[in-house]
Ligand binder design. Structure first.
Ligand code: UDP
Length: 322
């Protein structure tokens, strides 16, 4: 099949491209490289079936030839990035989603939206099931991300209802793994980077807030299964193993013989206090659940960041993942 992937040079997008090329599909990979990195897909650029195009999908564009699947992953997905680029973030949920939906409509292709657990905001229901409508501050700092994804979901449903486009919506919870950007401010790369530099880990607030971390290969498997399903309503994809940020900091410190300390910093505005996906729907409909435990995923991720650190000191980077 021929796939159009936006955000292809990003963290999740690049792993998705790996899987599709390995399975023998054709991929037209699009990215405007605001937060994506060409080195994430450099190893694919000479593979048969893979084409990369620098493209901001919020600008008008066309795709020639047959298209079977359109997957919209382009987004500024880390709080640091979307707070730095709020207008672009709103564009990727709105105009860019519409342009990707139009490509799917014109080519009679399936469409998959990568939405987010941020649709639940600072949730009053725990764990979060797809039936929960969320608790989002519509004018807070995070609203550029939360509300653009909520709009993107509404637009996707409208294209399905109005034009019959075959759509899927994935609500992705915290995901981690190799190729996360070291400087994107998210807790996994931030803590690993700090530990590698021998610096204290910056825990925001008292560290009692929780998250549930899903390894990227599990997430990609979930996206592919969802894209083959006929479920039009959102489906949570994430790992239900919940951990406080303080406990997570300790897990990282153990990997470095407890040689680094903890530096408490103020909690960012509207930072969700609890987050854990209810994945009952994904299990039932897709037969999917995460397989990679945190300990194993962290080993692979820390190894990647060690390689990155060596690259900074002059060695070439190998981004292929075992
Ligand atoms: N966090 C932290 N220290 C950091 C970065 C993040 O304590 O250096 C916290 C952040 O406040 C949040 C959690 O870790 O409660 C996850 O943050 P991240 O930015 O990874 O993603 P989010 O789930 O907020 O989108």
């Amino acid at each position: 099949m021929r796939y159009i992937i936006s955000g292809a040079a990003g963290f999740i997008g690049s792993h998705l491209c790996d899987r599709l090329i390995e399975a023998g599909h054709e991929v037209v990979a699009l990215d405007n490289l605001i937060t994506g990195h060409r080195e994430n897909i450099a190893h694919l650029e000479h593979r048969r079936g893979f084409t990369f195009r620098v493209q901001d999908v919020s600008e008008p564009f066309q795709v020639e030839g047959q298209v079977d699947r359109v997957m919209h992953l382009a987004s500024l997905a880390s709080p640091v990035d979307y707070l730095a680029h709020p207008i672009e973030t709103l564009e990727s949920g709105s105009t860019a989603t519409r342009r990707m939906l139009e490509i799917a409509r014109q080519h009679d292709a399936n469409f998959l939206l990568t939405s987010t657990s941020e649709c639940y905001g600072d949730p009053l229901e725990h764990p979060q099931a797809e039936t929960y409508w969320g608790n989002v501050n519509p004018v807070g700092l995070r609203s550029c991300y939360d509300e653009s994804k909520r709009y993107a979901e509404a637009l996707t449903m409208a294209y399905h209802r109005t034009f019959g486009v075959r759509t899927n919506i994935a609500r992705i919870f915290n995901t981690y793994g190799p190729r996360m950007a070291l400087n994107d401010g998210r807790v996994v790369p931030a803590f690993i980077d700090q530990a590698l530099r021998g610096q204290s880990l910056t825990v925001f607030g008292d560290g009692s807030q929780t998250r549930s971390f899903c390894y990227v290969s599990d997430l990609v498997e979930g996206l592919l299964r969802l894209s083959e399903s006929e479920e039009r309503y959102p489906v949570n994809l994430g790992n239900p193993a919940e951990i406080t940020i303080r406990e997570f900091a300790d897990k990282i410190r153990e990997r470095f013989d407890n040689s680094v300390g903890i530096d408490y910093k103020p909690l960012p505005a509207d930072d969700p206090k609890l987050r854990r996906p209810d994945i009952g729907k994904a299990k039932r409909l897709l037969g999917w659940e995460p397989k990679v435990p945190l300990a194993e995923g962290l080993t692979l991720t820390i190894e990647y960041f060690r390689k990155k650190a060596r690259q900074e000191s002059g060695e070439p980077l190998d981004v292929t993942v075992p």
